[in-house]
Structure formats: structure tokens, C-alpha cells
Write a new protein. Structure first.
Length: 321
């Protein structure tokens, strides 16, 4: 005997309930729709993958519609899923607007602030700032999304973040960029008994070594690509041993691969250089300066919380440098 799906709830009433009392299942759905991965959604929300699956099934039973197509390891939104995502994002924005306005009646320093940062910033630059900001503004609910520069830009454009921090050369005309901090990329390798080269090595010698680099879409790779382009060198001509999606993985790889070179932010190397695990390899005619930017939607004013955080970050970073 076939069991039919229960009659779906009336969309208007369901969305009204979600607006008045946000349903965690909608947050789960948005995370899966954003990541197109049950595993990554579980990591983002700090819950188990079976819990993600359970919440999605409950939503599908509630609406009487399949929200995702699952083909092997690939996940995609159905037409019903795309429609729900559109309204879920609208509900989230309206609920946040209501929350901010209610908080503003008695306390302008309360509310939610959704930050996003590319990997180097999220791992090495922003974490030392966050505790001080939380002590000063304890009523602000902070969250930090970690992704590469391309992913952070996309999250801002989709309205999932209030303020982003990115690196790299490529910019979107739909986003506003403001200088946050200067940085420099350095070529590094596993520390050797003889130590770093006493003189810069020729660029041609670097190109003969196997390299471990950040993935496509990362600001770090963009900077290297632009620098090599001046010499007519394409990334496709390099001997790339591995593309990795975070700096910590690159450093660990280098420590286990004495013949490899990597390109890493100087801000990520303090511990490894001091401990003698890695060493900097100067390269002739290869200069890799860059800067980190704060970024938000073009033409849109920053929220009060985002303005406070940006001013706080500038003050802390300026004093540290």
C-alpha cells in the first residue's frame, strides 16, 4: 500500500510562522542550498550530517515537494527548492530587519552581524580582533563565514553577509571595496640544514620546482597569476604538485615534502619560521605585494553594527602594525 505525502502547509502561513519565529529547518535548507552539499552544510552549522538530512526530509514532507535532487555525491535544487530559497532569503532579511529595529528601540549596539572572510583573513587576521569586539559589544551576535574571495563575494551579492573581507585582484562592479591592510606573499619551503639561500634564486629555477598552491578562486592564486603574467608565464606551465583550499594545509604539505615550494602570506608564517619548520626562499624579480579589502554591496549603506566592526578592525590593525 502506497503512503502519500501529507498535504503541504499553506505557503503564506508557513512563511508567516517562519517570520515570527524563525524555523531552524529553513536555516538548514539555506545552508544546503548555498553549499550544495549536506556535508559542508553540517560543518557550517556545527551539527551532524544525519541531522541535516532529517531536517530537509521534514521540510519536504511539510511542503509535499522534493527540494533537492541527489545523484551520487551531487546535489542540486529542484524547481520547488529554488522557489523556497527565494522566499526563505526574503523571510530572513525581513526578520533581521524587524530584529534590528526592535533592538534599536532600547539598544543600538545589539543585533546580528554576519561577517565573511577569505581564508588568510579568517584564519590569521580577524580572530585576534573578535574577542575584543565581543567584550565591547556583547549584545551583537557575530558569525564568520570562511571561504575563498570568490565565495565571499558571491555570499555578499546573495545577501547572506553584512560585511566581507577579501584579497586578490579581481573585483565585482556590484561591490564596494575599502582598503583594510597591506600584505605580502612569500615563497617558502621546508627548512633545510644550510638555511635559506643567501641570494635570491632566479625565477627560472623556481619554475622548475614542484609547487603547492591555493585553489582557483582564491586571492592568493590570483596575485601569483598576475605577477607571472608580466613575464608571459601561465599557471598551466607550472609544475603544480597540488592545489589546496587553505593555507594550513599548504604549510603541512610543505613540511612533509622537502622538494616542494609554496606561496603563502607572510602573516601566516610567524610560527613556522620561528620554530624552524619552514624558510623563505627569495626569488629574483618576483614581488608579490597585495592588500586586504573590506567589501560590501555597492550603493548600500553599512548597518550600524558593520560600521562599528569596521572601525574597530581598522583601529586594532593599525595599532598592531
Amino acid at each position: 500500500m502506497r503512503t502519500s505525502l501529507p498535504k503541504p502547509a499553506v505557503p503564506g502561513r508557513a512563511l508567516l510562522r517562519a517570520f515570527l519565529m524563525p524555523d531552524f529547518r529553513l536555516r538548514v535548507f539555506q545552508a544546503v542550498a548555498r553549499q550544495l552539499s549536506f556535508t559542508k552544510a553540517a560543518q557550517e552549522l556545527f551539527i551532524t550530517q544525519p541531522a541535516i538530512t532529517k531536517h530537509i526530509r521534514e521540510l519536504e514532507r511539510s511542503y509535499g515537494q522534493r527540494l533537492f535532487e541527489r545523484r551520487g555525491n551531487r546535489v542540486s535544487l529542484t524547481e520547488a527548492g529554488r522557489l523556497l530559497l527565494l522566499h526563505a532569503d526574503e523571510v530572513e532579511a525581513l526578520h533581521q530587519q524587524l530584529t534590528d529595529q526592535l533592538h534599536a528601540l532600547h539598544d543600538e549596539t545589539a543585533g546580528r552581524l554576519r561577517l565573511g572572510a577569505s581564508t588568510t583573513l579568517a584564519q590569521y587576521v580577524l580572530p585576534p580582533i573578535l574577542p575584543g569586539f565581543q567584550r565591547r559589544y556583547p549584545q551583537v551576535q557575530l558569525s564568520l563565514l570562511n571561504g575563498n574571495s570568490e565565495q565571499i563575494a558571491e555570499a555578499l551579492l546573495r545577501g547572506h553577509l553584512d560585511l566581507g573581507f577579501v584579497e586578490g585582484q579581481v573585483r565585482s562592479r556590484d561591490l564596494h571595496y575599502e582598503l583594510l591592510l597591506y600584505d605580502e606573499l612569500q615563497v617558502v619551503r621546508k627548512a633545510t640544514p644550510e638555511g635559506p639561500p643567501p641570494e635570491p634564486v632566479p625565477l627560472a629555477a623556481l619554475l622548475q620546482q614542484p609547487l603547492v598552491l591555493r585553489e582557483r578562486g582564491s586571492g592568493t592564486l590570483e596575485v601569483l597569476e598576475y605577477a607571472l603574467r608580466k613575464y608571459g608565464i601561465k599557471l598551466s606551465s607550472l609544475r603544480v604538485a597540488f592545489y589546496l583550499d587553505n593555507t594550513e594545509a599548504i604549510k603541512s604539505y610543505l613540511e612533509a615534502a622537502p622538494n616542494c615550494l609554496g606561496v603563502v602570506s607572510k602573516r601566516a608564517l610567524a610560527k613556522e619560521l620561528a620554530a624552524g619548520w619552514l624558510e623563505v626562499v627569495p626569488v629574483q624579480d618576483l614581488h608579490l605585494p597585495r592588500h586586504f579589502d573590506a567589501v560590501w554591496l555597492q550603493g548600500e549603506p553599512l548597518s550600524a553594527q558593520a560600521q562599528r566592526f569596521l572601525a574597530f578592525a581598522h583601529k586594532q590593525l593599525d595599532s598592531a602594525d
